[in-house]
Design a binder for this molecule. Structure first.
Ligand SMILES: [Zn+2]
Ligand SMILES: [Zn+2]
Length: 339
């Protein structure tokens, strides 16, 4: 039986270990992907630490997967061998529950399919994906370029395009890390007056390079006051995981502004008066489904948005994961298989 390499977590908090496994066969409704690249996302800690409700180990993490369709199960109409595809966090949906019938596939009530959590993900030579979770990858993007767009990219792209902001509106992106460096690029390319907010004067040149119209150093002064001086933000995209840092920017929302949270901070303090008086809102945004990913990739080709990546071979997945956890990576960490 042909074998492949896979990087698994044997039990919660166990180290990432490379093992040999049989290459899996795709069941009906599924495809097999020969993985070329897989990004490492902070949410892979759910798999590593076993903190996702109901997760079973051993489990192969990875939900920023790009590769080639290599085998197709029964009843899979749209996909064929050799197509370049990607898979993100959203691992599929039932199609018949009330949420699915409303088109809210992300909120499927029947089964939660999460790549690399409820099924094995992309830290491997091959993985199995549900057919509806697969996105087309345009040939203009390399596998390494496309992989981080399957989670970090689609999350920022989809949040911004659904934020209600219109071209010319003031949109602030809080944080310049893995999510933020993509958020600034998408916001600028979507035609927003894009304000990047981060800590330290030294990040300004990067923010400008990414397309920011203004840069606010949150160490040098009150970032909310800085946004108010610019007229108040229509949208703040909060990509950081630091609650107090979010709270410090809330007051920079303009009238009817939306504070859009995509960074999983523990908590966030808000003044009810601020919300009431200006009809302001705090809202979360999930990542996106396969078609959202496909559109994030297409927009990235169109507008030149690219993730900045540090690349590691699959064998060094444990080092790469530590690099992601350290917070020092500029800005996403991507595994390559050589396939
Ligand atoms: Zn992710
Ligand atoms: Zn459903």
């Amino acid at each position: 039986m042909p074998k492949m390499r896979a990087v698994q977590v044997a039990r919660p908090k166990a180290p990432l270990e490379i093992v040999e496994r049989a290459i899996p066969e795709p069941p009906a409704g599924h495809v097999r992907i020969k993985v070329q690249a897989c990004g490492i996302c902070h949410s892979d800690t759910f798999t590593k630490d076993g903190t996702f409700p109901g997760i079973q180990h051993p489990r192969v993490p990875g939900h920023e997967v790009v590769g080639l369709i290599d085998a197709v199960g029964a009843n899979v109409a749209p996909w064929a061998r050799g197509q370049r595809v990607g898979v993100g966090w959203h691992g599929g949906q039932c199609g018949y529950c009330d949420s699915c019938r409303r088109g809210d596939f992300f909120a499927c009530e029947t089964a939660t399919y999460v790549t690399g959590i409820t099924s094995d993900g992309g830290y491997a030579d091959y993985m199995i994906a549900r057919a509806e979770a697969v996105a087309r990858v345009p040939e203009q993007l390399s596998a390494v370029e496309a992989a981080p767009l399957m989670c970090a990219g689609v999350t920022t792209f989809n949040a911004l395009r659904n934020s209600g902001a219109r071209p010319g509106d003031l949109v602030a992106v809080l944080g310049l890390g893995g999510l933020g460096h993509l958020g600034v690029q998408f916001a600028a390319r979507m035609g927003f007056r894009t304000v990047a907010i981060a800590r330290g004067k030294d990040k300004e040149s990067l923010a400008r390079e990414l397309g920011a119209w203004r840069y606010v150093d949150s160490r040098a002064g009150d970032p909310a006051a800085a946004l108010r001086e610019l007229g108040g933000a229509r949208v703040v995209l909060a990509t950081v995981t630091d609650g107090p840092a979010m709270t410090a920017v809330l007051g920079g929302l303009g009238v009817k502004g939306t504070f859009l949270v995509i960074g999983a901070a523990e908590s966030l303090a808000a003044s009810p008066f601020l919300l009431i008086a200006g009809c302001r809102a705090i809202k979360g945004w999930y990542s996106g489904t396969a078609i959202d990913s496909q559109e994030a990739l297409a927009f990235s080709v169109l507008s030149g948005v690219r993730s900045m990546n540090e690349v590691f071979p699959l064998e060094r997945a444990a080092d790469a994961y530590e690099r992601m956890l350290s917070g020092g990576a500029r800005f996403r960490v991507v595994l390559t298989t050589g396939n």
